[in-house]
Design a protein around this ligand. Structure first.
Ligand code: C2E
Ligand code: CA
Ligand code: CA
Ligand code: CA
Length: 281
């Protein structure tokens, strides 16, 4: 039995080493992906529910290694955060999407929402990098929304202070801030009143599932929308997939929605066509 235990330990050790190697290889490939320009940004329309116009897009990164199939962000964002590579990757996404949306903004007033990881907000240079991306692209600050998760603002410590100071500075220039995946964290709600925030994005786990009416789901969505409205925050519902969900959101006074019902995230050229056409449904 002792022998078997030892073998098991050796096996475990072996697996751990294999896993570390694999991670190191992926980090190396991601570093190369940056210089080889293998990343692409897809755009998912954000719809104003009052008139179903596309008022904005969310920028969502993909990785396209040559000769291989597209890699979704869930497969490489975590590793990029752990290794710090998210700092240059995130800066690239910001510059690229500001450049692309600047043209759409001139024609249609389109705004762009860009995901920012906690790791990026710890960088002392983050705020200036954003201002520089705006200036270089010609996109006005009012047309940029930074999507952050609530943990960034409510954990205590120096990282949180750094994040808040970046966001506060950027807001004085007109940049907006949205809390992503709202309602999935466990923080107190007081931060909604005290911190530099403009919009909440209602996580898709709150969308009522198809089937018989679900009063509890409706109550939750309504409570979030009313809370946000009472604090003068904008509301964006995520993961909207059905006409019934759109109906409910409109009835409850949600301002904007995003989801497969309107459009999946699509490449730049397809997004440009949708925006020029303006109406989706
Ligand atoms: P997220 O910010 O919550 O983005 C929304 C995700 O939901 C996207 O997945 C989008 O394709 C998906 N989605 C949109 N509508 C629907 C719908 O109706 N139904 C369902 N089931 N899903 C929907 P995606 O593009 O795979 O991105 C996953 C996550 O990766 C994002 O979640 C975000 O956390 C992260 N991510 C993506 N791009 C970036 C980036 O440039 N920087 C950082 N830091 N994170 C990113
Ligand atoms: Ca997001
Ligand atoms: Ca989200
Ligand atoms: Ca999410």
């Amino acid at each position: 039995a002792k022998e078997a235990g030892r073998n098991q330990f050796v096996l475990y050790d072996e697996q751990l080493r294999e896993k570390r190697l694999e991670t190191a290889r992926t980090v190396e490939r991601l570093r190369e992906a940056l210089t080889r320009e293998e990343f692409v940004v897809f755009y998912q329309p954000l719809i104003r529910l009052a008139d179903e116009q596309i008022t904005g897009v969310e920028a969502l990164i993909r990785w396209q290694p040559s000769g291989e199939s597209m890699v979704p962000p869930d497969k490489f964002i975590g590793i990029s955060e752990d290794s710090g590579l998210i700092v240059p990757i995130g800066a690239w996404v910001l510059r690229e999407s500001c450049r692309v949306v600047a043209g759409w903004h001139r024609r249609h007033g389109t705004v762009v929402s860009v995901n920012v990881s906690p790791r990026q907000l710890r960088e002392p240079g983050f705020g200036l990098m954003v201002l520089d991306a705006l200036e270089t692209s010609g996109l006005p600050p009012e047309a940029l929304i930074l999507e952050i998760t609530e943990g960034v603002l409510v954990d205590s410590g120096i990282a949180t202070e750094q994040a808040i100071s970046h966001l506060t500075m950027l807001r004085t220039h007109g940049v907006r801030v949205a809390v992503d995946d709202f309602g999935t964290g466990y923080s107190s709600l007081a931060y909604l009143r005290d911190l530099p925030i403009d919009h909440v994005k209602i996580d898709r786990s709150f969308m009522p599932v198809p089937g018989p009416p679900d009063p509890a789901a409706r109550t939750l969505v309504k409570a979030i929308i009313d809370l946000a409205a009472g604090l003068r925050l904008g509301t964006i519902a995520e993961g909207v997939e059905t006409a019934e969900q759109v109906e409910l959101l409109r009835e409850l006074g949600c301002q904007r929605a995003q989801g497969f019902y309107f459009s999946r995230p699509v490449p730049e050229a397809d997004a440009a066509r949708l925006i020029d056409r303006e109406r989706l449904t």
